[in-house]
Write a protein that binds this ligand. Structure first.
Ligand code: AHG
Ligand code: MN
Ligand code: MN
Length: 335
């Protein structure tokens, strides 16, 4: 006898508890989990399979793609296009909407994903991950266009991410809290190991890429300056700093022991209001963090309230422990 709850069983139990979860969503999530297992295996064996390093191509963001960015994207597309649960997909690695081939039936959901987050870390054996967001296909739509994907984060049905670290973990919200599952490689299943994950309200740990400091706006300059002043400064406590450069790892850390993560608006490239992408990075992570009791903001408005204008648009991100994010928001007032 065992008392393990698998991802499959968990989703089925949620299904009976909440009418918002139907069999299509359950099927979709199980299929996404299969993709994550496949990507986990590829990441794990990447050196042996000679799939490390750059692909020599650029994505729509003008960023160099790694071989594993493209491979992970193809895994997701091939695993999900035939299922009948989706009417379209959006991926960080593909400029246009990914439509469902004609021979397959169209479903009631839209899937948006970052197939491999933190891929600059892949060659140095640091955690990477997959981030995803699920939206409803608007009523009556079978061949969604960009405008059908451009729904604010508040409309998300479900969001999750998988982090390929020392263990492979899947973190999921369907709008009723946040749960974490560990991949048991021996049986090939995700097992509920971290039920009801919560973000502590207070923290003394911040994460930001300090090399961009000269480009930040005044409110973020002030906040970080005060953190660095520690016990002797206005905050009267010492802060610790972390920067993994994989959002999946940072958010996982915040779900475990609290913290604040920032990729704020800066003046580095005025055409880019931030580094992270709204639809498949900021929105799903904000949904998860808020479901765990944390907070997310651009500094000026809640991330989940941002009205999207482009499927690949960027947005400033300030997320994590409630009281610290509130502090940063208060510094933005009147800026
Ligand atoms: P991606 O690999 O999907 O392009 O995303 C990387 C993101 C995010 O995971 C991380 O927080 C940030 O970019 C790292 O940025 P820096 O390289 O500026 O540190
Ligand atoms: Mn990413
Ligand atoms: Mn990516």
């Amino acid at each position: 006898m065992h008392n393990h709850i698998s991802l499959n069983q968990f989703i089925s139990q949620e299904n009976t508890k909440h009418s918002s979860i139907d069999y299509d969503l359950a099927g979709l999530l199980n299929q996404v989990a299969i993709s994550c297992k496949r990507i986990s295996n590829l990441v794990n064996r990447s050196g042996l399979m000679h799939i490390l390093g750059a692909a020599g191509t650029e994505n729509v963001q003008g960023e160099g793609q790694k071989k594993l960015d493209i491979i992970s994207n193809n895994v997701m597309v091939k695993d999900l296009e035939w299922t009948g649960y989706l009417s379209g997909m959006v991926s960080e690695e593909v400029e246009e909407i990914i439509s469902i081939p004609n021979q397959y039936s169209k479903g009631k959901y839209l899937l948006l994903f970052d197939p491999l987050d933190g891929s600059s870390n892949i060659d140095i054996n640091v955690s990477v991950g997959t981030i995803f967001s699920v939206l409803h296909t608007p009523n009556g739509v079978t061949h969604p266009k960009d405008e059908h994907f451009l729904q604010p984060g508040t409309q998300q049905v479900c969001a999750g991410f998988c982090v390929y670290g020392p263990t492979t973990m899947l973190v999921l919200t369907i709008g009723h809290g946040v749960n974490g599952f560990t991949l048991d490689r021996d049986i090939g299943d995700f097992i509920l190991t971290h039920p009801n994950m919560t973000v502590p309200e207070d923290t003394s740990e911040f994460a930001i890429n300090m090399s961009n400091q000269r480009f930040w706006e005044a409110p973020v300059q002030r906040y970080i300056q005060e953190c660095l002043q520690g016990k002797e400064g206005p905050r009267s406590k010492n802060f610790n700093m972390r920067w993994v450069a994989s959002m999946v790892a940072e958010v996982y850390r915040i779900l475990t022991r609290g913290g604040i993560f920032m990729y704020p608006r800066d003046q580095k490239d005025p055409s880019k209001p931030g580094r992270l992408r709204l639809m498949y990075e900021a929105n799903p992570m904000s949904f998860i963090i808020e479901q765990a009791g944390g907070l997310s903001s651009t500094g000026y408005e809640p991330i989940l309230a941002v009205k999207p204008t482009h499927i690949h648009q960027r947005v400033p991100v300030i997320i994590g422990s409630k009281n610290e994010v509130s502090q940063v928001i208060s510094y933005h007032k009147g800026n």
